[in-house]
Structures are given as C-alpha cells and as structure tokens.
Design a protein around this ligand. Structure first.
Ligand code: FNR
Length: 346
C-alpha cells in the first residue's frame, strides 16, 4: 500500500515524484526563475535552532486553536494551491474530506478544479482564496458564492500583480490545464488564460471588498512591514506572510525571515499566518514562536494527494499533528503558542 513506507513529508515528496507525470510534478515543485526563494524558505527553518525549557510539567500539549473566531484542531492550515485534479481524480473534494476529518481549515484556491460549493459539501472548514478580478461584478459573484457556501473567510492574494516567470513551465510548455480539467469557479470554459492577474489591483480594491462583504478578509503575500501596517489600516482581519512558495518574485527573502519584523509592525492587532517551507512540526513551532498564530502548508498537501488522495492528505495531517505535539512537548510548552521567541536562536 502506497502509504506504508511514509514516515515524513520528505517521503511524500519522493513518492509523489515517482507517481506524477513529470510535467505536473514540475508544476507543483517549481518556483520562479532560479528558484532561489523556493530554497530559501526551507533553509530559513534549518538556520534556526530550538532551545527547550525543562521541568515545567505542562502536561500533554493542547494543539487546538481559534482563528478569526473559528476553531481548528491545530494551527496548521491547508494553503491554497491550484489544480488538485492534476494530482488526484477527486481533486479538491479529496483534500476537503481529509481536512474535514482532521478538523483543519482548508483555504480553497479560486483556481480549483472543483467548485467551491462542491468543496464546501465535504464539510471542511473552508476559506476561499481570491485573485481580485478587474471585472468586479465577477469578483463579487465569487464572494457571494463563498458566503453562500459557508466559507469562514476570504484570502486575497496580493503578491500576484502578474504571473511569476516559471521556466520549468516554459520548458514543458505547460500553460493551461489538460483537456477534461477546468478552473471550475471561473466562467466560460474555465481556461487558465482567462484568469486576470492585474497590475492595477490596489488598496482601493481592498476597500471595495471591505464594503462588499462582512466576511473576514486576510491578505496573503505580504512581505514588507509598511504593507502590513497598511493592511491593518485598510481593515484587513489577518495577514499571511508569504512569498507564494517562491513562485512569484524570485530572490525575495524566506517568509520566515520577514516574520519577526511584520509581527512587530502589526503588534497583535490582527492574527498573522505564515506559509513557505513548513515541512516539520519543529518548523511550525519556530513560526509560532516568531510571531505567527498559525502556518499553512502548500506542496506537502499536493504530494500527499498525489500519493493516496484523501487517505494521503489525512496521513499527512496526522504526521504534522504528531510532529507538532512532540516538538511542543520537548520544548517544555503546554501549547504551540506557549513557545517563546527566546526559544528560537540562529
Ligand atoms: C500555490 N500557491 C498559490 N497561492 C495562491 O494564493 N493561489 C493559488 O492559486 C496558488 N497556487 C499554487 C499552486 C502550487 C502548485 C503551489 C506549490 C503553490 C501558493 C501557496 O498558497 C503557498 O503560498 C505556498 O505553496 C507555500 O509554500 P510551500 O508550503 O509550498 O513551501
């Protein structure tokens, strides 16, 4: 059975690489240009060491958390990634079922290959990621669909005024979904080329969205502390410190390297999430100690989905939960949020 030999996230990646069509593997794994930022994200966790505290008797760790008023079984979310059908036939429905079983929040991508309504029907705690489309009537229709489907928040991706330059995609000539797959939330034929990543999107669009919905809004892809302050001023309910897994502007720093500065700028006014390179329970602990309330994982979910569909993603989430519980216990804390900044050193 495909899952028998899998002990950690790295195993999932190796197994997924064996199973996936090479072009689709490259789509999932790749980043922009030289992939400097892809490598930096994981390396940033490796550059930091953890200092345990001892004899505190905290008991078994409590991993449950609440984000924007919504309970989750652990501070690990599923990051929005496009095109799950490239990994597994049941696509985002399989991911949603695994998220529901694990009690974790899934951020569904606007560019999912299953509609947001069908993902919501899995019972997952769902947030919807949006690329604001200049056609505001269309964007508003997606917002209404997210509301009606019971989504708990909107995640507006702000690091994509253009598509990053993906050279593996260019070499593979991978620029749209294969026949039989479509961007199910989009109109028409659901072609990828019809999605607009516009350099004209601005704070005015965020203000418009703020007036348009009462759902919590998170901005995903903030790396500058001044933008984090602006996000709060413009009424964002949360910020995801992210460089899009190194797929947009290459040579940005690791998201973890920007986290302390942004945490200081935001000063607890809104919750902070982080994604990029989270592969271990110890990574989660480091991010929380440096100021995040939760993290999100992108590629590991795609690897797990490619290996065994819903069962794979369930196993991945169990692995992450087990590793996090173990790390928190060994750090001498009673909960992930109790690990302190002084416990993370270069
Ligand atoms: C992404 N990501 C992404 N983000 C987003 O806001 N909308 C999207 O449609 C996608 N699509 C997407 C596809 C693939 C294949 C990947 C790998 C990533 C970025 C994602 O949400 C997240 O920021 C990163 O994946 C986090 O880094 P790790 O966990 O993959 O290292």
């Amino acid at each position: 059975e495909a899952l028998d030999d899998i002990v950690n996230v790295r195993d999932f990646e190796a197994a997924a690489r064996d199973r996936l069509n090479r072009v689709h593997y490259d789509y999932f794994a790749s980043g922009a240009q030289d992939e400097v930022t892809v490598a930096a994200n994981e390396a940033a966790f490796g550059r930091r060491a953890l200092i345990p505290r001892v004899l505190r008797g905290p008991g078994a760790p409590a991993l449950e958390t609440t984000l924007l008023g919504q309970p989750a079984s652990m501070p690990v979310l599923i990051a929005p990634t496009a095109f799950h059908r490239l990994a597994w036939p049941e696509a985002e429905v399989a991911t949603g079922r695994a998220a529901a079983a694990a009690g974790v929040i899934m951020i569904a991508a606007m560019l999912s290959t299953v509609t947001v309504e069908d993902i919501a029907a899995t019972g997952a705690k769902l947030w919807l990621q949006l690329y604001v489309q200049p056609d505001l009537a269309f964007t508003e229709s997606l917002v209404r669909r997210a509301e009606a489907a019971g989504c708990g928040a909107l995640v507006v991706t702000v690091d994509s005024p253009a598509l990053g330059r993906n050279e593996r995609g260019d070499r593979n000539d991978f620029h749209d979904l294969p026949p039989g797959m479509r961007c199910a939330n989009m109109g028409g034929d659901g072609h990828v080329r019809d999605v607009v990543l516009s350099p004209e999107i601005s704070w005015r669009h965020l203000d418009w969205l703020r007036r348009t919905t009462s759902l919590p809004i998170l901005l995903k892809g903030v790396l500058h502390d001044a933008d984090a302050r602006l996000a709060v001023e413009h009424g964002a309910d949360g910020i995801i410190v992210s460089n899009h897994g190194g797929r947009q502007l290459d040579t940005t720093p690791a998201s973890l390297d920007r986290l302390p500065l942004i945490a200081d700028a935001v000063a607890g006014r809104v919750p902070l999430l982080l994604d990029g390179g989270v592969r271990r329970g110890t990574d989660v602990a480091k991010a929380l100690a440096l100021g995040a309330q939760a993290v999100a994982v992108g590629r590991p979910v795609l690897w797990a989905l490619a290996v065994a569909g819903e069962a794979g993603v369930r196993r991945l989430l169990e692995l992450m939960r087990g590793e996090l519980a173990n790390a928190v216990t060994l750090l001498g804390a009673g909960a992930p949020a109790d690990v302190t900044r002084d416990q993370v050193v270069p």
